[in-house]
Design a protein around this ligand. Sequence first.
Ligand code: OAD
Length: 269
Amino acid sequence: SSLEHLASSVDDAETAVAFTGAGISAPSGVPTFRGDDGVWDAFDEGQFTYGRFQRDPAGFWVDRVDLYRTMFDGEYEPNAAHDVLAEFARDDVLESVLTQNTDGLHAKAATRTNSVGETGETETDANEFTTHESILELHGNARRVRCTDCGTRAASDPIVERAEDGELPPRCECGGIYKPDVVLFGERLPKTVLQRARSLARESDVFLAIGSSLVVEPAASLPRIAASNGATVGIVNLESTPVDSVADVCLRDDVTTALPRLQELVDSA
Ligand code: OAD
């Protein structure tokens, strides 16, 4: 089957890379951006541009609080698909997990996976600042804010509460304005992050795109870069994507079904 083909490619790979989007967190309850219940139905992308943040940080923060409450109200837990990728990364089956998601769930899964057996504890803080070497958060992390003057990072929850209580825009102790620690529309991805993502795509011999509509940049071009450098490209997504034509395997499946199956096949290979 195509899943078996993908599993044996992953098993043989020197450098396997996973690239994820909102679809991998949908089974955890985090809303996606596009599609029927997508947040871009209820919100306008224009509310969240970098230009607006600079011109009108107070107005930006009013809308940001709404979006944050829509997307991140509650403690979300990683699901079986995050867990598979965390275990693959721990076991060096995967070189890296590149994600467009800002929910921090890959890091949470990695923390949980890596601590199993050490303490038996699986509880982690969604706002912890641990960075996992194998995870690259291309669009940042929405559970954090960053001061635009001194660069200090802080957890989002209390800052969002202060904005709700009328502190608009919320400010750091140094007096600088806080910005969500995410890449806004019209804002460039940090150069080093983008370079790392592109070189991983180039070096990969297996590139798995998981739960992404693959319509925004650099999402659309990373699997193409991988394919044109000879990688086996696999796509796991409920819907078709504009990149399906360059993929070797397209699994039109739920991530929480497809990834555990893939893991079983890789483990038994
Ligand atoms: P999208 O919302 O565009 O796409 C999510 C994809 O996941 C859709 O194609 C769904 O069909 C698929 N999907 C949903 N649930 C799934 C499931 N259980 N199993 C498998 N597939 C499922 O999200 P992204 O591609 O991540 O940018 O969007 C990319 C970027 O656009 C985001 O990072 C965000 C947004 O504007 C920023 O915030 C900077």
